[in-house]
Design a protein around this ligand. Sequence first.
Ligand code: NAP
Length: 242
Amino acid sequence: MGKVLKDKRILIIGGSSGIGFAIASAALSEGARVTIASTSEEKLRGALDRLGGGESATLDVTDEAAIEAFFASSGSFDHIVFTAADWGPVEQTEFSQTDLKAAAELFEVRFWGALAVAKHGAKCVPPGGSITLTNGMAAHRPDKGMATAAAMAGAVEHLVLGLAVELAPIRVNAVCPGAILTEAFDNVPPEFRKFQEARLSKQLLPRVGTPDEAAEAYLYLMRGSYTTGQALRVEGGWSLKG
Ligand SMILES: NC(=O)c1ccc[n+]([C@@H]2O[C@H](COP(=O)([O-])OP(=O)(O)OC[C@H]3O[C@@H](n4cnc5c(N)ncnc54)[C@H](OP(=O)(O)O)[C@@H]3O)[C@@H](O)[C@H]2O)c1
């Protein structure tokens, strides 16, 4: 398809780390004009240094007024990608012990943040441009103790269906990653790491994925001018076995 993204203006919310950073790097190498956004100025500065290009913007997706103000002065973006996520302690809670306040908070960045960005950001995306969100395989194969995470990831996937209808001809899709080795794994407790490794050894591609492998899916969804309302799985075959 050639360098379809050359000179396209792309906003990556969550681009200071992990999958978002890999998308920024891949898009820059295709000649796109990239802006990464997240809450920490320090992380954004470090990411821009490592990227060797692009621009940054400080933005907290839990603050709707800030999102509205950002898009009021940002100019247009051909593509908006949303990978923002906050990670509380990674633990698999016994369902009967679910803290409903913490369960509601799990939706704030990844679901309500995504919805707010689509609400205000769509005004800045031209017809045929795209918005790509991020859910996760918990939506399809939740582990025990992850009922809330399954609901949140599923809610993002269904938000994509609704937004694809609401916002057409802007295209709206999601990427649904399996286990991808990002900075998010830095603070994972050893027992959860062991549990993940045992699971990964049973899937069709028996290893953890890389951020670059996940980034490919976002690049496709930006380029894929006849694709909307989809959730593209990048999960080493976990849907089938593992
Ligand atoms: N890695 C995996 O194995 C995996 C598996 C399934 C699904 N996913 C999904 O993939 C997405 C990306 O994951 P990742 O592993 O790349 O995570 P990550 O490395 O932790 O990156 C998360 C990004 O979100 C930003 N962020 C956090 N809170 C924010 C807020 N309130 N407003 C704006 N930006 C915010 C962070 O930067 P600041 O700290 O500077 O704000 C960071 O840039 C998430 O939705 C995650 O659920 C990942």
